[in-house]
Write a protein that binds this ligand. Structure first.
Ligand code: PBG
Length: 330
């Protein structure tokens, strides 16, 4: 009799806005956002990043203002990335362990002005090395164990400056365990570690390298330490090791091209899992929106919701303030 008609009509639940809201399986909230900020020298300076429309390098005073804005918007945490002046870079990345470096001065200023905001500190040597690699080079190779020793000192210096979450992005083996031990030995038992656990050797970091000035200097690529985009099982091994070494949270990076990795990590380990929507992903959306090729706001929100659907507990995204403003407007 009604054989020709479907007994189940999934469109019923899509009929009006209130049912769609009731049956929604995932939601993005402001609590999911971590805002990466580029910090530069000077005062009162904001300098646009050409390949990231809407993103600027901020001097410390303006980074403090950005942190105040994040607090007002309800964003839980910001992540700091320093633009080291070229004259402070060297082969060994010595500036990374200077307690007076840009990162530490910015962290102290922000913690003093906005103590309730979470501060994530990137730990790796690439913003500080003249060759742009994430570690020290011995015989043409990024030397693992010697790099880890420097990263431990860098992590302690950052914790002393008020960084709450140490985020090693270097992909050296064994660094999470070594950093945990170094932090504990220095008395920083509450300082958390968010491991860039599955970080791929990706073309999508291009605009970031322009932003911090590590790209033009970079000789070669990072394929001997960052992961091969072909691999999935290896990502699970990376995460397992970082957790065993004491990571409190793990991250998958980049984000959108690696949602499958995010899903597997979350389902396998059931630990706080973050995605980094990296600079190139931001550039694709913001650049297309700027040209009128995409509805920028909708593409931004859809991309961020995709991370939640794939299992992320939170997202590092340059869209954080724009998304937070939209979420507040409702
Ligand atoms: C440094 C670091 C990079 C990013 C975050 N930390 C660049 C790289 O590994 O070359 C990229 C972030 C982005 O593209 O937004 N180790």
């Amino acid at each position: 009799m009604f054989g020709a008609y479907p007994a189940v009509r999934l469109r019923r639940n899509r009929f009006d806005s209130w049912t769609r809201r009731l049956v929604a399986e995932n939601a993005l909230t402001v609590d999911d956002l971590i805002w990466p900020i580029f910090v530069r020298e000077g005062s009162g300076v904001r300098e646009p990043v050409a390949s990231m429309p809407g993103v600027e390098r901020l001097s410390i005073d303006l980074a403090v203002a950005a942190a105040e804005e994040a607090r007002a918007l309800g964003i839980p945490a910001i992540a700091l990335f320093p633009v080291t002046p070229p004259e402070r870079k060297d082969e060994e990345g010595t500036e990374s362990t200077n307690p007076e470096n840009l990162m530490c001065r910015a962290a102290r200023a922000i913690k003093t002005a906005v103590p309730e905001i979470g501060l994530v500190g990137d730990v790796a040597l690439d913003p500080y090395t003249s060759h742009g690699h994430d570690g020290v080079i011995r015989n043409g190779y990024v030397a693992n164990d010697e790099t880890v020793a420097v990263l431990c000192r860098q992590a302690v210096v950052q914790a002393e400056a008020g960084i709450d979450v140490i985020a090693p992005s270097d992909m050296m083996d064994g660094r999470v365990g070594a950093i945990r031990a170094a932090l504990d030995a220095a008395g920083f038992i509450h300082t958390r570690i968010m491991a860039y656990a599955a970080k791929y050797a990706s073309a999508f970091y291009g605009p970031f390298r322009e932003a911090v000035g590590s790209g033009s200097a970079l000789k070669g690529d990072k394929k001997t330490y960052q992961m091969d985009p072909a691999n999935t099982d290896e990502a699970l091994r990376e995460v397992a090791l970082d957790l065993a070494e004491g990571a409190d949270m793990v991250m998958v990076k980049p984000g959108m091209p690696y949602l499958d990795i995010l899903r597997r990590v979350r389902e396998t380990f059931h630990v706080p899992t973050f995605a980094y929507q990296v600079s190139g992903e931001y550039a694709m959306i913001a650049g297309a929106a700027e040209r009128g090729w995409l509805d920028g706001e909708r593409a931004m929100m859809e991309s961020l919701l995709a991370f939640k659907r794939a299992g992320a507990n939170g997202v590092l995204t340059y869209f954080a303030p724009a998304a937070a403003r939209l979420l507040r407007r409702g």
